[in-house]
Design a protein around this ligand. Structure first.
Ligand code: SAM
Length: 217
């Protein structure tokens, strides 16, 4: 390990400590967050701040999710859907959340609507040897050809729960999704049991909008 890698590893450990203090207690989540090199998923200008618990711009009006948010959503999924489940992420963005899901042991599929972000994430996954399956398109409609999924994680804010995504959950599958207005959303978990869906509500967050047929226009 060279000097810069040592520095990044030390900052990463500091970020894990910070998340623990903020209430993230699942050791599998903390271990995964501690193993993914977040500085590789942010732009050059944010590299020195990559291990602060903050969202940074990744271009095209989008952001890499805050580590606390990634840890929170991953915990909700993990408590209901153990690896090696097949999981669909909507909103690949920087690729960071998908990389954390992969590190947990999920089989990850991810959809992004912005071609430049999709291409950058595909290149990065390939360079880092992370086996995430990627698709370019409107993720509010899910990934029909690969459905069903045991888990779905939506990393952009939906005005209502997209029915296509509910329909692509396996019989006992669960979906973690921020639902609400453009400024503030409530983290929501939908759990499928046959043809019925149970809904649980959690904390409030602020995400960029899910734009698409079953999102914002
Ligand atoms: N998971 C990402 C990460 O870890 O960097 C979060 C990125 S950002 C908060 C949300 C992403 O959702 C953006 O890249 C945005 O382009 C994407 N997005 C918004 N609407 C979408 C849609 N309908 N289908 C696919 N991606 C969408």
């Amino acid at each position: 390990m060279n000097e810069s890698e040592r520095l990044m590893a030390a900052r990463r450990s500091g970020m894990v400590r910070d998340l623990r203090h903020k209430g993230i207690v699942d050791e599998r989540v903390l271990e995964a967050i501690g193993s993914v090199e977040r500085h590789r998923f942010v732009g050059e200008e944010s590299r020195n701040a990559a291990y602060e618990d903050a969202a940074w711009p990744i271009g095209y009006g989008q952001t890499i999710s805050q580590p606390y948010t990634v840890a929170y959503m991953t915990t909700l999924l993990l408590e209901r859907c153990p690896p090696p489940a097949k999981v669909l992420e909507i909103g690949t963005g920087s690729g960071y959340q998908a990389a954390v899901l992969d590190a947990i042991g999920y089989r990850v599929y991810s959809v992004e609507r912005i071609p430049e972000l999709y291409e950058r994430a595909v290149r990065l996954f390939r360079a880092l040897g992370i086996p995430v399956m990627c698709r370019l398109g409107d993720g509010s409609l899910g990934w029909e050809d690969e459905a069903p999924f045991e888990g779905i994680v939506v990393t952009a804010a939906a005005p209502e729960c997209p029915q296509h995504l509910l329909g692509q959950l396996s019989p006992n599958g669960c979906m973690v999704i921020p639902v609400g207005g453009q400024d503030m959303q409530q983290m929501t978990v939908y759990r499928r049991s046959g043809d019925r869906f149970e809904k649980e509500l959690f904390h409030h967050f602020a995400f960029v909008p899910l734009i698409g047929r079953e999102g914002w226009n």
